[in-house]
Every structure is written in structure tokens, then in C-alpha cells.
Design a binder for this molecule. Structure first.
Ligand code: SF4
Length: 380
């Protein structure tokens, strides 16, 4: 069955259309010159759509200026502030909302009313929507259910069911109110989960276009491997109408996300499919966010690299360390890792599972982490 074709700016995504490569600016959105320049350079590098995060009224106001300074097709990430949609929509081509973030504003209001509002704003401004479901920011009820599961297998299956249900519920509601100009993404940091959940979604809602991504894929080259792992498999099965490779790299290297997207499309066209058995990952799994306008200290990317280098002696241990760039999503998105670091303006917070251990300056955190890892391995 063919997917719907939906219009974004001056192109379409859906069956019969080329797979569109997306990427995201990591500049401060209110820095108009830097953000417009980055959006343009990413578009020139081959991104069909460039996403920008918007948190504040000031960011939303900057969009009008950014739009005038670039020919890039623009998408906006609403993060927690869905009420900014009205200010944003006149200046962009697509709006991404995360169902798990809709509860932050007006928690007493049912999510259906918020989605109805977003669909109306999108319709009034001739823009598309993306329903962006992410393992790190599920609804509070889903998070509680995952935390309540005692065994890792139960946690994993609860997470999988929550991702799928959130996506399906949103699409059924959007269809019920007559809004069809949307696509869906269901992202997880585990490529195998991304494959399984997108396959299942495609069986349940075959008409809905899918945007593919592995969230927190992390530093290259492993970040590229994880993305190839999920996307080459799915695309070879005809699943996926747009994609984004998320890499933890500095702003001036964001074009590498576009290059990795092109590599994936070329491989699939030539019948090359990533084989995780042949191209082994290190047992120690470092997941890290791709950074965005919310990063509070540019040292975050370098820290992620230093964590990889400092933990090399433990590379054969099955353990997940998460490194996140901000205090907004960092605390939640490190919950599922064995150890998590989330980076504030001056200090880095360290967690063990969901337990906060404290915070340390950037130049001290590595020693603290290594000490905690030694303790962990001595007692496990
Ligand atoms: S965790 Fe990283 S990508 Fe996510 S909002 Fe924070 S800085 Fe941006």
C-alpha cells in the first residue's frame, strides 16, 4: 500500500518521491545571522529540510528574520512550548511536535485539544506537521510504567509498546479531525528497536509517511554505524520517506549528518545493507545527543569525545553511558543509561540510572566518572 504524499515547502514526501534528507541547526536560534547561515549551508550541502529548535518568544520572533535570510526549507521543533506554534507557523514549512512534551504547558488540558489546536494552526498557515515520538521523552504515564517494570526485558517491552501506542494514537486522532498532512517519527537509541517499532507501525498505519532516525546515535563513526544499521534495513524494505542522521559533532561539522544520509541512500540504491554481525559495535555503548540550540556549554561535544577516550579501557564491558547537552532533556534522557551525564552551563551532572550523584566542573567530571566506573565493576 502506498503512503500518502504530503507537501513540505516546494517538495513532497511519500511513495514515489525521493527520500528527503533532513538535519538540524545547533546554533542559538536567536542568533539570527549564525542560524540563517547554518541553515543555508546545510541546505547547500543537500538537506531538503533544516530543523531549528524554538524555546522562547525571542526564538520565535527570530524566525521571521531567519526566513528572510535563507532559501532553506525550514522545520521547527516545538520542544515543550506548543503554544508558540501560532507565532512560528507563518515562517516555516513544517512543525514537529513531540506528544510526550504536550503535558508541560496546561497539564490540565487533554492532549487531544492541544493536537487539535496544532492541526488548526498548521492548516491556517499551510504547513505540514511531524509527530515526533522519542524514547527519551515519553508521557509521564509511560515513563512511570517503564520505571515500574522490574526486569530489563519488561522495561524494554513497555518502552516499545509506549512508543508504538503514542504514535498510533496521535495518527488516529489527526485522521479523525480530518488533518492528513503529517508524517511520523518513532525514534529510539537502539537501532534494533527503531527497526522493530517502525516495521510494526508501517503494518498498522501503512498510509502514513515515516521519518527515520536513531536518537542519540552519538559520535562518529559509531553514530553513523547505528544510523546505517536501522535505516538501511528499513529503507531496503520500503519503509521510510525522510531521514535524519543525528551525530554528536560541533556546529561546523553538522554537514556530516547530510553526508551520512547520502551514504545511506546510496548504499540502499546499490543493495548494500549494514550488517551488525560483520561490523561490530564496542560493548560499551556511549549514547549522546546531537546538540541543538539548547546546548548550554559548547564544551559538551568535546566532553562526549573525552568520555569515549577515557572509558576505552572498559570498551569490552556491556554498559551504557549517556552524555546529554542540556538540563531540559538531559535529566530525563539519561534515565535508561547505566551512567548518565547531562551538561549545564558550568557543571556536569552525573547520574547512576535515575539516581542523581551530584555535579562537578567540566575539568573534574571525567575523574569522578572513572572512579564511579571502577567501583561499579568492582561490585558487579
Ligand atoms: S539533550 Fe541535546 S539535542 Fe536534546 S534538547 Fe538538549 S541539547 Fe538539544
Amino acid at each position: 500500500m502506498a503512503t500518502r504524499r504530503i507537501k513540505i515547502a516546494n517538495f513532497f514526501i511519500g511513495t514515489g518521491e525521493p527520500v528527503a534528507i533532513q538535519t538540524m541547526c545547533a546554533t542559538k536560534t536567536c542568533d539570527i545571522e549564525a542560524t540563517a547561515a547554518m541553515a543555508q549551508s546545510l541546505s547547500d550541502a543537500g538537506a531538503a529540510l533544516v530543523r531549528i529548535a524554538v524555546d522562547t518568544d525571542r526564538d520565535a520572533e527570530a524566525l521571521a528574520q531567519i526566513r528572510r535570510r535563507t532559501t532553506a526549507a525550514l522545520s521547527v521543533d516545538l520542544q515543550e512550548n506548543y503554544l508558540l506554534a501560532e507565532k512560528i507557523a507563518p515562517h516555516v514549512d513544517k512543525i514537529r511536535y513531540n506528544p510526550g512534551h504536550l503535558h508541560h504547558q496546561r497539564p490540565e488540558q487533554p492532549w487531544e485539544e492541544k493536537v487539535r489546536y496544532l492541526a488548526r494552526v498548521a492548516d491556517d498557515n499551510n504547513v505540514a506537521l511531524r509527530v515526533g515520538v522519542n524514547c527519551g521523552s515519553l508521557s509521564p504515564a509511560s515513563r512511570a510504567a517503564i520505571r515500574g517494570a522490574r526486569l530489563r526485558d519488561d522495561r524494554d517491552s513497555t518502552r516499545f509498546d509506549s512508543l508504538l501506542k503514542s504514535a498510533v494514537d496521535q495518527t488516529l486522532f489527526l485522521d479523525s479531525i480530518g488533518f492528513f498532512r503529517y508524517c511520523v517519527s518513532i525514534k529510539d537509541s537502539d537501532p534494533e528497536v527503531v527497526i522493530a517499532v517502525n516495521r510494526r507501525f508501517r503494518r498498522l498505519r501503512p498510509e502514513v509517511p515515516l521519518h527515520l532516525g536513531v536518537t542519540e546515535a552519538g559520535l562518529p563513526p559509531v553514530g553513523v554505524m547505528k544510523s546505517r544499521h536501522a535505516m538501511e534495513r528499513l529503507l531496503s524494505e520500503g519503509i521510510g520517506e525522510t531521514l535524519r542522521v543525528s551525530l554528536t559533532v560541533e556546529s561546523d561539522r553538522k554537514f556530516e549528518e547530510v553526508e551520512a544520509g547520502k551514504l545511506i541512500l546510496k548504499n540502499v540504491a546499490q543493495g548494500v545493507i549494514f550488517d551488525p554481525a560483520a561490523e561490530k559495535y564496542p560493548a560499551l555503548n556511549i549514547i549522546s545527543c546531537p546538540s541543538c540550540s539548547r546546548v548550554q556549554n559548547g564544551a559538551f561535544v568535546a566532553l562526549a569525545r573525552k568520555v569515549r577516550e577515557a572509558t576505552a579501557p572498559f570498551a569490552d564491558h556491556r554498559l551504557t553511558i549517556a552524555v546529554m547537552g542540556c538540563r531540559v532533556n538531559g535529566p530525563g534522557e539519561t534515565d535508561d543509561a547505566d551512567f548518565g551525564l547531562w551538561c549545564g552551563p558550568q557543571r556536569v551532572h552525573l547520574k547512576k540510572g535515575s539516581q542523581e550523584l551530584g555535579s562537578w566542573p567540566y575539568d573534574e567530571i571525567l575523574d569522578v566518572l572513572l572512579g564511579r566506573l571502577e567501583d561499579y565493576f568492582n561490585h558487579n
